[in-house]
Design a protein around this ligand. Structure first.
Ligand code: SF4
Length: 475
């Protein structure tokens, strides 16, 4: 994470022979950028204004000079990255340049401008996260819950079970009639415009992307319905365009219309209120939007590109979904990105504040642990969350929110799932594929979002639920 306060003035220099420089200087809220190389002079000047959420750019060039494209492109890009008004001065002069050298200089300038834009965008996003009122409100109660959570995590598992199992199971029998809903995720697409370094679908991962067409998605849903499922989670990478959202909305309508599936929960990432509304109108039941981590340092470290890098925007995403009519919402953190007890405390604060604002909400939680994704993924989890810590974290959440849905996915192995089953789990996935088309076409199983640990079928998981004296339900 960069120190946002230190880039009020910054000079970037190309490492090559040409030593091109890109100087950034804050002028109050605005920004001055100077691009020079060789004999310094003023070749062109461009201004870009941030108005109505877009950059409007114009340029003046000195007679006989050719830096207008550099000045124009730089001012525009930096304005879009920083959301500030930008003036860019460009003057580069070297005598007797060969075409090859001109190419090298152009590529140096482009690379410097990319670096500068990234710095400025990071500054803007980090400041937005820092000044997010909601994040500040969350922080107010976090320390107390984190300390409580720390004590809980430090208590032996056997003691926690002895002390709490009977009250947890009694509450579960009361709140959920002892029913555990079994569901499957249906992956519609593995196209994603974000670059989360821990995920198999990240934009930079090289593999052939697949998006099911509506008919293929209906076939997948029908296959699952024939196996007995009535609830599915539709999952995609994050593609926040109206066109993509319309495709998911149409798919939702067709699945509900033409198969025995009764509930579709969506996991598409952070969208606009209108986009959420379209999906709710299409008949989707719930919306899951996991923050992954509430720790800004970890957040900016692992979300390397795409709109998900905007932490404040993601944090406000569930509010937009609720405003659009979703009353069933799922929250979650990816375990392993930052300190467990603090992350859990922030998740609890997030849910508590949402519940205060919207008392009618049906909340749900999931705590996925980071799993191996693909061979090219070099990401290593910051903190290892052990099996016992994971189980304690699930129990802690269950005790804090006796009425909320608690989901246990197939990221966890059979042993852990069977131990947790009697302790208030209300949703479990089973017979899972994490690639688009994976239920019908075995070849598609190559492009997974993550590796599945518990490979049991729906029937086998239903039997395990019965052995725990609960009732498996699919609706
Ligand atoms: S975690 Fe979600 S948003 Fe991030 S790369 Fe994976 S699919 Fe895309």
């Amino acid at each position: 994470m960069i120190d946002v306060d230190k880039i009020n003035s910054r000079t970037l220099e190309s490492k090559d022979y040409w030593k091109i420089t890109c100087q950034l200087e804050s002028v109050g809220p605005d920004l001055l950028c100077r691009i020079h190389g060789g004999d310094h002079h003023l070749g062109a000047v461009s201004r870009s204004q941030w108005l109505d959420h877009q950059a409007t750019t114009e340029c003046l060039v000195m007679e006989g000079h050719r830096e207008d494209q550099i000045a124009l492109h730089t001012a525009h890009k930096l304005c879009r990255a920083s959301h500030r008004n930008v003036v860019c001065l460009a003057g580069i002069h070297f005598d007797d340049l060969e075409p090859e050298s001109i190419k090298e200089i152009s590529s140096s300038v482009a690379s410097l401008v990319r670096q500068a834009a990234r710095l400025l965008e990071d500054q803007r996003l980090q400041q937005a996260a820092k000044s997010s009122k909601f994040l500040q409100q969350m922080e107010e109660g976090t320390a107390k819950v984190a300390a409580e959570c720390e004590d809980f995590l430090a208590t032996p598992w056997e003691t926690l079970v002895t002390q709490n199992a009977s009250s947890v199971t009694e509450a579960f029998a009361r709140q959920f009639n002892g029913q555990i809903r079994v569901f499957a995720p249906l992956y519609l697409s593995n196209v994603c415009l974000n670059n989360c370094v821990y995920c198999g679908f990240r934009m930079n991962a090289k593999f052939k992307r697949t998006t099911l067409d509506v008919e293929q998605a209906v076939c997948e849903a029908r296959t699952l319905a024939e196996q007995g499922y009535r609830t599915l989670d539709l999952v995609t990478g994050e593609v926040p365009t109206d066109r993509f959202v319309e495709y998911v909305a149409k798919t939702t309508e067709k699945i509900l219309d033409r198969t025995d599936i009764q509930h579709l929960n969506l996991n598409l990432g952070s969208l606009t209120t209108d986009q959420y509304r379209r999906l709710r109108t299409a008949g989707a039941t719930g919306y899951h939007l996991y923050q992954e981590t509430y720790d800004p340092r970890a957040y900016f470290r692992v979300h390397d590109g795409g709109q998900k890098r905007d932490m404040a925007r993601r944090l406000a995403g569930l509010h937009r979904a609720i405003d659009a009519g979703f009353e069933t919402v799922g929250l979650g953190i990816l375990l392993g990105l930052s300190c467990l007890n603090v992350e859990l405390a922030r998740l609890i604060r997030h849910a508590t504040l949402l519940h205060q604002d919207f008392p009618h909400l049906r909340l749900g939680f999931s705590l996925p642990r980071i799993r191996e994704v693909d061979l090219e993924c070099s990401f290593v989890a910051e903190t290892e969350v052990s099996d016992t810590e994971f189980m304690k974290a699930m129990l802690f959440l269950r005790m804090k929110f006796p009425k909320a849905n608690l989901t246990l996915t197939t990221r966890e192995n059979q042993q852990i799932r069977d131990v947790l089953l009697p302790l208030g789990i209300s949703k479990m996935s089973a017979g899972v594929s994490t690639s688009p088309g994976g239920y019908m076409d075995v070849h598609q199983r190559e492009t997974k979002q993550f590796m599945v640990s518990d490979k049991r079928s729906l029937k086998e998981v239903a039997k395990a639920i019965e052995r725990a004296n609960w009732i498996a339900t699919y609706e």
